[in-house]
Design a protein. Structure first.
Length: 473
């Protein structure tokens, strides 16, 4: 039985509800098609969103590990390429040693020429060992992978070493010590006009502190002015205190870059201007027998951040900023470079290259001899030189073998594995969050038809109450 009503059109209300539902679904479908993502907010699929974000984090780590592994390969290739040149030089040197041993038919001038050529080869090997770098990392001077572990955190907050101290490569594990010869100071200025805590400034005034202006009135006290200075210390880098009846300005940081420039327009606190600067710390860094002078305040650093021309940096704490000798700073470990080749904590590998300066090659073949001190002056020296060179060749080729094994047996398989993992995880992520375009287009088309049908039905439902008018006389 039909019920004819005017005030409440249930049919139209139901049609409108269904149209709204269809419109919401259509909006979601349009968003998925326009972004290409099935999950655009947590409401779309809460558990799917959690899983997708976890996959994204893992993929990001793996992709960076791929880049790290490729960098490690390039690092080792750089070292191997330089050692190949050392190999070639050693082969030439061996030929000279063999030739110099043939004293029966060589003149003294020929022996001298061979010896001069040998010394040139030794110099070239030293040059290669000292200048082969990957970025700023020296590879063949024994400093590859130099690390410094803090042993005195109370006095030293950080130590960063470049691998060379005072022009000498760090080639052995040793303790690093700091001897502060000049302690850093803060900039301080005692204003010339004595002031009482409760005293007023007795008139308006304008102060400028490191470029920041402060205005006071006759009713302001000296303490009011100090409070204003201290509230702006983040801008000025200066704090103010009342000490012995005088206003004392002190820089927040240490060193020559910490300055005070103060002016007083009417002389309420200071007659004229007050300027001062701090002092940078100076210290001696020692690692083993190698030493270097470090100074603070380089660039924009404060006076407690000390560095030298070799790129070594030590940051003192306030407690360590005192003129004392031989403060323990860090334990230095050398010769091992660490690479992060996985996307998670602990997935690292190391490569030890060693020292290939002439003085470090050929040791053990002849007592007291190394590649750096051989010559070809006579048959005995030539014989000794030949043994030292053979030992040097053995050391270099052994190191190259280790580097090659590191590339082919550790880095390359890891790189291949990471690439496969990245592809598979990306595929899994796509299954979770990407839109199935074909299915979504089908759904979108269906929703469009439903929306059109719903609007048509709503129009008819809105027109239905008009039929009641026919019952009126």
């Amino acid at each position: 039985m039909s019920i004819f009503q005017i005030n409440t059109n249930s049919t139209a209300t139901n049609a409108l509800y269904n149209i709204n539902q269809t419109s919401n679904s259509l909006s979601t479908s349009i968003q998925r098609l326009s972004t290409g993502l099935r999950i655009n907010s947590a409401a779309d699929d809460p558990s799917g969103l959690i899983e997708a974000k976890q996959f994204q984090a893992q993929i990001t780590g793996i992709n960076q590990a791929i880049s790290n592994s490729q960098d490690a390969i390039n690092y080792s290739k750089t070292a191997d390429g330089a050692l190949n040149e050392v190999n070639n030089l050693l082969n030439t040197a061996r030929g000279l040693a063999v030739a110099a041993s043939n004293t029966g038919d060589l003149s003294s001038s020929q022996v001298a020429a061979d010896n001069n050529q040998l010394q040139s080869i030794i110099s070239s090997i030293n040059t290669i060992a000292g200048t082969t770098e990957y970025g700023t990392k020296h590879l063949l001077d024994g400093s590859s992978g130099v690390t410094a572990g803090l042993t005195n955190g109370a006095n030293v907050s950080s130590v960063s070493l470049s691998g060379s101290i005072g022009g000498t490569a760090i080639a052995a594990n040793a303790a690093a010590t700091i001897t502060v010869t000049t302690a850093a100071t803060k900039a301080t200025s005692t204003l010339s006009v004595a002031a009482l805590t409760a005293g007023t400034l007795a008139g308006p005034d304008q102060f400028t502190l490191n470029g920041v202006s402060f205005n006071t009135s006759a009713s302001n006290t000296v303490q009011d002015a100090l409070n204003a200075f201290n509230q702006a210390s983040g801008q000025t880098g200066v704090t103010a205190t009342l000490t012995g009846g005088s206003v004392v300005l002190t820089s927040v940081k240490y060193g020559a870059n910490a300055k005070i420039n103060f002016t007083d327009s009417t002389g309420k606190l200071n007659a004229g201007s007050a300027t001062s600067a701090g002092v940078n710390a100076i210290a001696t860094l020692a690692v083993g027998t190698a030493t270097s002078t470090l100074t603070g305040g380089s660039g924009t650093n404060d006076g407690l951040t000390l560095s030298d021309t070799s790129g070594n940096t030590v940051v003192l704490t306030g407690a360590g900023n005192a003129v004392v000798g031989g403060q323990a700073a860090a334990q230095v470990s050398v010769g091992t470079a660490q690479f992060q080749i996985g996307g998670n904590v602990g997935q690292t590998t190391t490569l030890s290259i060693g020292n290939f300066n002439a003085g470090a090659l050929g040791t053990g073949a002849v007592a007291g001899a190394n590649l750096g001190n051989i010559d070809l002056s006579n048959s005995t020296d030539a014989s000794n030189a030949l043994q030292v060179i053979d030992q040097s060749i053995s050391q270099v080729t052994s190191a190259r073998g280790s580097i090659g094994s590191f590339q082919s047996n550790i880095l390359q398989p890891n790189l291949d594995s990471l690439n496969v993992a990245s592809q598979n995880l990306s595929s899994s992520l796509s299954n979770i969050q990407d839109t199935n375009v074909a299915a979504e287009i089908t759904n979108y088309t269906q929703l469009q038809i439903l929306q059109s049908a719903g609007l048509s039905v709503l129009a008819q439902a809105n027109a239905a109450p008009q039929s009641v008018l026919k019952l009126l006389p």
